[in-house]
Design a binder for this molecule. Structure first.
Ligand code: OAD
Length: 258
């Protein structure tokens, strides 16, 4: 492949948008959905990740989320999460759009995040719609109930549900105006996330992709890097593996007049 332009593009960029999927957390030990070891190989989404499944058997759905919460509680952010967090400190206007519900980007230090598919460390009351963080991996009961007596559900987006309006609006705003879009560890098969890099490209952004294998986005990406995100991203971005090793800030506010 020809030499990567990504670092130069990032150095000149005012607005940078990153889109991540399950692959960014794979090296932390969080299972992906597709691929040989993917969750959808051994579990049916229709039984576990739809509102109908929850209405039919809330306990079964909660058992699956309980298992994932416990598993993820024992995982740590990896070098890819850290590289993305460091990138945020280097660019004037940054947004991370993630399809992941694991919370690892925030734990790695990223601040400007849109969680398109929600977050499994939050619970939502079915009756009141109120949302609360529930960080303790042990739930009091399965399924858990709200103080008002109604069922709680994980505050995630299931198949057949609309994405949070605010999240999708912020995501569209970002991809329509960014100079560089970096896409990491997503199979780019689930909409609307999959179309975000295409929108960025159509609006003139430079699009770079990092994935173990080619995806439907590879054909439109300006550069595609095949391999493990935790190995490729720090090198590609020129970011030392220890985020603390970075200078306090290298961002140039002046290059981006408002
Ligand atoms: P997928 O499981 O569909 O895809 C994971 C992608 O990560 C694949 O393209 C892998 O090749 C790549 N990958 C795996 N390990 C990697 C590594 N170490 N470095 C780089 N790439 C790696 O996950 P998503 O694209 O996130 O939605 O799936 C999108 C949505 O489908 C999820 O948010 C979830 C799922 O069903 C809902 O549950 C609503």
């Amino acid at each position: 492949m020809k030499e990567s332009q990504l670092r130069g593009r990032l150095a000149d960029a005012c607005r940078v948008t990153v889109l991540t999927g399950a692959g960014v957390s794979a090296e932390s030990g969080v299972p992906t959905f597709r691929g040989p070891e993917g969750l959808w190989r051994s579990h049916r989404a229709e039984d576990l990740a739809t509102p109908e499944a929850f209405a039919r058997d809330p306990r079964l759905v909660w058992e699956w989320y309980d298992w994932r919460r416990r598993l993820i509680a024992g995982c740590r952010p990896n070098a890819a999460h850290a590289a993305i967090a460091s990138l945020e400190a280097r660019v004037p206007d940054f947004l991370l759009i993630t399809q992941n519900v694991d919370g690892l980007h925030r734990r790695a230090g990223t601040r400007r995040i849109v969680e398109l598919h929600g977050n499994l460390w939050r619970v939502r009351c079915l009756a009141e719609g109120s949302v609360e963080e529930y960080l303790d991996p042990s739930l009091p009961s399965l399924p858990p109930h709200c103080r008002c007596g109604a069922l709680l559900r994980p505050d995630v987006v299931w198949f057949g549900e609309a994405l949070p309006t605010d999240a999708i609006r912020q995501a569209y705003d970002a991809v329509e105006s960014c100079d560089v879009m970096l896409v990491v560890g997503t199979s780019a098969l689930v909409q609307p996330a999959a179309s975000l890099p295409r929108i960025a490209k159509a609006h003139g952004a430079y699009v770079a992709e990092v994935n173990l294998e080619p995806t439907p986005l590879s054909a439109i990406a300006d550069e595609s890097h095949l391999g493990r995100a935790g190995e490729i991203l720090p090198a590609l971005l020129g970011i030392p593996s220890a985020p603390d090793a970075l200078p306090a800030t290298t961002r140039s506010e002046t290059r981006c007049p408002r």
